[in-house]
Design a protein around this ligand. Structure first.
Ligand code: NIG
Ligand code: FE
Length: 412
């Protein structure tokens, strides 16, 4: 189907230079066109321009944007959207004063989700996850990375990854899967942590690779979770199966996880609430995307990563939702970009690039996603008319998304 979107107030997020990521000071500039049109054919963007150059409507399905703003869809490069049930009891525990680590130490947290997942069938898990998938698509997400990590046994990790594959096959979003067997030590491994790491390397990774279920591997490398040595062993082993590294690093403490990620050629290091000059120095000049998850800092009441210092150092700052039941029960990327502005002083332009093109880069899909560019996949959403582009992040709770197009199809 060929689509002509007419009467667009402004197209934002245009990248004619086809950059593979956007770094430092460049993050605050963006091409845009007022009074615009855009065409698609099949799943691709075929053209756009200002109203005076609009093609004839003949042969197109016409979508009237009503003067709204057309944004490239968000590329959410860090989620745990496949999980069973929810954990609002721990939300109450937090209100009563327990920390994330104290809840985890009591057997709550990730192990609580692992128990629920174990007792949930693959079909049920799929249908719970699909509700969240539909929710995030309606909120503007068009590409998503999804992690395993609530299985923690070979069988249950494979169950999660098969659900992720089913999601990939049944949504118009781009989906990338990450194996996160090293999310927590299962019960019974206290004092025998190395045995679980060996199980990941010798049994889980070969099984994941045999079914081709993941593109990436991730490790929760942090205080009380996996050590640097565990992390390096798992990443080296995963590399043999062609799985590129991502790391949950520096959420709870300074761990050298960022430096390890850079040294191992990780595609991204994520969280980074505890980071300073040494982490920023390590990231400079590397291919590793610093991925910030302000929704988790917000929900857990933690300090926010130093985004301004990272941008000043020329880094390609990336934003993702971390959608998960324990530290960020929301996949609303627009709210993530507003938080980035409010709490990390990123401009709405910087936040948009961090949540689109740089998110795509953190999933290895920037050639096809993350900006309004001829030839890229036609993933975009259209807002109600706005007084300005900045209004979208400023009025962060007003429902403003009107239409959603993914892979060239109008889905909302
Ligand atoms: O990214 N930090 C580790 N993993 C998740 C939380 C998972 C959970 O609590 O269920 C995160 O914050
Ligand atoms: Fe996470």
């Amino acid at each position: 189907m060929a689509l002509l979107v007419k009467n667009i107030g402004t197209i934002v997020g245009i990248d004619t230079a086809r950059r593979n990521r956007i770094c430092g000071a460049d993050m605050d500039s963006m091409e845009r066109i007022d009074n615009a049109w855009l065409t698609t054919d099949g799943d691709r963007i075929t053209g756009f321009g200002s109203a005076d150059s609009m093609p004839s409507e003949v042969g197109y399905e016409v979508l009237d944007a009503g003067g709204g703003v057309l944004f490239p869809s968000y590329c959410d490069s860090h989620t745990h959207i496949v999980y069973a049930g929810s954990r609002e009891q721990e939300f109450l525990d937090k209100i009563h004063g327990l920390s994330y680590e104290q809840i985890a130490a009591r057997g709550g947290g990730i192990l609580n989700s692992a128990d629920r997942l174990h007792n949930t069938s693959e079909d049920e898990l799929y249908s719970q996850a699909m509700e969240r998938v539909r929710e995030v698509m309606a909120m503007g997400t068009g590409a998503i990375e999804i992690k395993s990590g609530y299985g923690l046994t070979t069988e249950d990790e494979l169950k999660m990854l098969r659900v992720i594959r089913r999601i990939a096959q049944s949504t118009p979003m781009a989906v990338r899967a990450t194996f996160l067997g090293a999310h927590a030590f299962p019960r019974g491994y206290k004092g025998r942590e190395q045995e679980y790491v060996d199980l990941i390397c010798n049994t889980m990774l070969p099984a994941v690779a045999a079914e081709g279920l993941a593109e990436f591997v991730d490790v929760f490398c942090d205080r009380g979770f996996f050590t640097l040595e565990h992390t390096e062993q798992i990443l080296l082993c995963a590399a043999k199966y062609g799985l590129r590294a991502k790391i949950h690093a520096n959420e709870l403490d300074f761990s050298d996880g960022v430096q390890l990620g850079v040294r191992m050629g990780a595609l991204s290091v994520d969280h980074l609430e505890s980071s300073g000059a040494a982490e920023i120095e390590a990231l400079k000049g590397s291919g590793t995307m610093p991925t910030l998850l302000p929704g988790a800092a917000f929900f857990l009441g933690m300090s926010y990563p130093p985004a301004r210092d990272m941008i000043a150092a020329g880094l390609p700052v990336t934003l993702a939702s971390d959608y998960n039941p324990g530290s960020s029960p929301s996949g609303n990327m627009r709210f993530v970009t507003s938080l980035a502005s409010i709490r990390m002083r990123m401009t709405p332009t910087e936040a948009l690039w961090a949540a689109t093109l740089n998110g795509a880069a953190a999933m290895g899909i920037a050639d096809d996603y993350g900006s309004i560019t001829v030839g890229k996949v036609a993933n975009f959403f259209i807002t109600k008319p706005l007084p300005s582009f900045e209004f979208f992040n400023y009025a962060y709770n007003t429902p403003l998304i009107d239409r959603v197009v993914l892979a060239g199809e109008i889905i909302n």
